[in-house]
Design a protein around this ligand. Structure first.
Ligand SMILES: Cc1cc2nc3c(=O)[nH]c(=O)nc-3n(C[C@H](O)[C@H](O)[C@H](O)COP(=O)(O)OP(=O)(O)OC[C@H]3O[C@@H](n4cnc5c(N)ncnc54)[C@H](O)[C@@H]3O)c2cc1C
Length: 365
């Protein structure tokens, strides 16, 4: 009997659970280790903030999936691993040994430069914590005559969240100021000019102030590299993902930023019985952006490869498309499409995104 350990209930592992439910792997025990019984679907988080969805519409309950897959669920956080010894270690010190390991644990939010100030800083990830802290902030300030919210990070997630906050809090009874802070790379780095133009128009229309500067938290407030000091009641950190620090001692081969180096089949370059998929991995054969799209699309390939390596048949590569479709929700029922150089916007884009997101969640009900 072989043991496969899946760490993290991320997007790719959801596909593995569906695959196992349809067909178990003979003579193999599978264990899923993840801290929470629910997996948030990040694509719907802006809609949750904007008040368009209820929390249970944006979450996937892992427990029935695990039962259908006939595997064991361990609700715990992995705090360390030793790839040479083939084991992972949980927060309470329990050691779990594996023959094959698959990591789909996402990334953490980089808040290293935002830790000094006195304002509440709410990282977008982990999403559980974000939702809790955001609700606390909202209830504590519900009677405030005005609120200033700063969103640091002007990539897709930061833009969507800033627009969603505007949509949720822009009421005649309370004045809300929203600042969106990027870096000198500007709005939506990596997206086409037309998309950026459309988004700029939307944030101007919402009265969101955009600052293309680096921010650092000080005792007095958020100090921008332009010299401007912003005093916000709440700072949302939508700054890019960083690798989990426990990977540093794992003995796995990592890239310069600490993400797990994998080949085209998502197998670790250093330990051939370890796979890594989604935001935690770094493809060494080509660049693949860290996004939910790739974590989702690589899922069925991972499911195939875990089965193939156990049963001794060939592995498949994940051939990511060069251009991914991004549908950004912009607060109200308005969306912007970004696909390479092409862009479009309108209510129909929002409805398209809403349809895709709800269909994704429905696959796991
Ligand atoms: C607001 C927002 C909106 C976004 N919208 C989009 C979008 O529209 N399209 C898109 O492509 N991307 C989007 N993204 C990016 C997307 O969220 C990530 O790229 C995606 O979630 C990565 O998936 P993953 O499976 O790698 O990790 P995750 O979805 O982060 O899943 C990681 C899992 O691992 C678990 N885990 C973490 N640490 C441990 C540990 N130590 N031990 C055990 N388990 C652990 C977590 O609980 C979680 O279950 C958005 C991100 C944000 C923040």
């Amino acid at each position: 009997m072989k043991t496969i350990v899946l760490v993290g209930g991320g997007h790719a592992h959801l596909a593995v659970l569906l695959d196992l439910a349809s067909r178990p792997i003979p003579d193999t025990k599978v264990i899923l280790i993840t801290p929470e019984p629910f997996q948030w679907y990040s694509g719907m988080l802006p809609g949750l903030i904007a008040g368009q969805y209820q929390p249970d519409e944006c979450q996937i309950d892992l427990r029935p999936l695990v039962v259908r897959a006939g595997i064991t669920l361990v609700l715990a956080e992995v705090m360390g691993m030793d790839a040479d010894q083939h084991c992972v270690c949980l927060r309470d010190g329990t050691r779990i040994d594996y023959d094959m390991l698959s990591l789909d644990v996402g990334s953490s939010t980089d808040t290293s430069w935002l830790t000094v100030g006195k304002h509440p800083i709410i990282p977008l990830k982990p999403i559980d914590n974000f939702v809790q802290q955001w609700n606390t902030f909202l209830s504590q300030t519900s009677n405030a005559p005005s609120r200033h919210i700063a969103v640091v990070g002007a990539g897709a997630a930061g833009v969507e969240v800033a627009c969603a906050v505007y949509h949720a809090l822009n009421q005649p009874t309370s004045k809300t100021t929203i600042s969106l802070i990027g870096t000198s790379s500007g709005l939506l780095p990596g997206h086409g000019k037309n998309v950026i133009k459309r988004i700029q128009g939307i944030i101007d229309h919402c009265g969101i102030d955009f600052y293309p500067y680096q921010a650092v938290a000080t005792e007095e407030g958020l100090l921008l590299s332009s010299g401007t000091l912003l005093t916000a009641d709440c700072v949302i950190a939508a700054t890019g993902g960083i690798a989990h620090d426990w990977l540093q001692l794992s003995h796995l081969s990592l890239d310069q930023s600490g993400f797990i180096s994998v080949d085209s089949t998502h197998r670790s370059l250093s330990h051939r019985n370890v796979f890594a998929v989604g935001d935690v991995c770094s493809r060494q054969d080509r660049y693949i952006a860290r996004s939910g799209v790739h974590a989702v699309h690589a899922g069925p390939i991972l499911a195939h490869n875990l089965r193939a390596i156990t049963q001794g048949y060939p592995l498949k590569p994940y051939d990511a498309k060069t251009r991914s479709l991004y549908l950004l929700s912009c607060g109200g029922r308005h969306g912007v499409m970004s696909w390479g150089k092409f862009s479009a916007s309108g209510t129909w884009v929002w409805h398209w995104k809403n349809h895709i997101d709800k269909k994704f969640i429905k696959r796991f009900l």
